[in-house]
Design a protein around this ligand. Structure first.
Ligand code: 13P
Length: 248
């Protein structure tokens, strides 16, 4: 079983969201996989109510605030996301970390908020090009994972990890299956230490960064690549279906 997740970022308002779900035709192998779409918070209700939506596609939000409510203009809480129909929350996406200054501490607080309200966190880690060139991939991704682990292991509950090298996001430059396997093997080893192997194997580690229908199969065949987190290629219903089909 693979996890095929689409992060729509700031694309698709309510109308385009309804159109996507109404026109999505999943391939016959879809039932073997876990399918997730992360629309904008504003389009979540349209996704929930889209006529003809296949219920095998579960929904999530791209970001939450760590407080349940309050004077935080422009933010959305985990409680609201859950009430509106989200089951998952991306936490610490590199665009949140690098464009909006989200820190490891923020990430931990958001994980805790997701957990409090029954959202499954999908925690994203990844190095920049400069960090990769400096030979610091392990240090950076383990640093991000270690910062999140106390919140992730604090209470029992499911979570997912996503390895998204910043240099591969939206650039058309994909990590090779070997690059992904190396980084994800490092994350897996740390999860084994922290959780014990039997609990660790239940944590899917996704790869994200310029995944397309034509490279998804090779990436998903790499060791420790349990799924993909896809931006651009998840926006079109036909392309999303092709990604699912590529999962075999
Ligand atoms: P792209 O697939 O567009 O490179 O985006 C990857 C990503 O950031 C998914 O969260």
């Amino acid at each position: 079983m693979a996890v095929i997740a689409g992060n729509w970022k700031m694309h698709h308002g309510p109308r385009a969201t309804r159109d996507f779900f109404s026109s999505l035709v999943l391939p016959p192998n879809a039932g073997a996989h876990e399918l997730l779409i992360f629309p904008t918070a504003l389009s979540l209700a349209a996704a929930v109510d889209a006529p003809g939506r296949d219920p095998r596609v579960q929904l999530g939000v791209q970001n939450i605030h760590w407080e349940d409510k309050g004077a935080f203009t422009g933010e959305v809480s985990a409680a609201m996301a859950r009430e509106a129909g989200a089951a998952f929350a991306l936490v610490g996406h590199s665009e949140r970390r690098h464009l909006f200054g989200e820190t490891d501490k923020d990430v931990s607080r958001k994980i805790a908020a997701a957990r409090r309200h029954g959202l499954v966190p999908v925690v994203c880690v990844g190095e920049t090009l400069e960090e990769r060139r400096g030979g610091r991939v392990e240090e950076v991704i383990l640093g991000q994972l270690d910062a999140a682990l106390p919140a992730l292991t604090d209470v029992e509950g499911r979570f997912l990890l996503a390895y998204e090298p910043v240099w591969a996001i939206g650039t058309g430059e994909t990590a090779t299956p070997d690059d992904a396997a190396a980084a994800q093997g490092t994350l897996r080893a740390r999860l084994d230490e922290a959780l014990g192997p039997s609990r660790s194997t239940r944590v899917p580690i996704l790869y994200g960064g310029s995944v397309k229908p034509d490279n998804a199969r090779d990436l998903l065949a790499a060791p420790d690549v349990d799924g993909v987190l896809v931006g651009g290629a998840s926006l079109d219903a036909g392309s999303f279906a092709a990604l699912v089909e590529a999962a075999g």
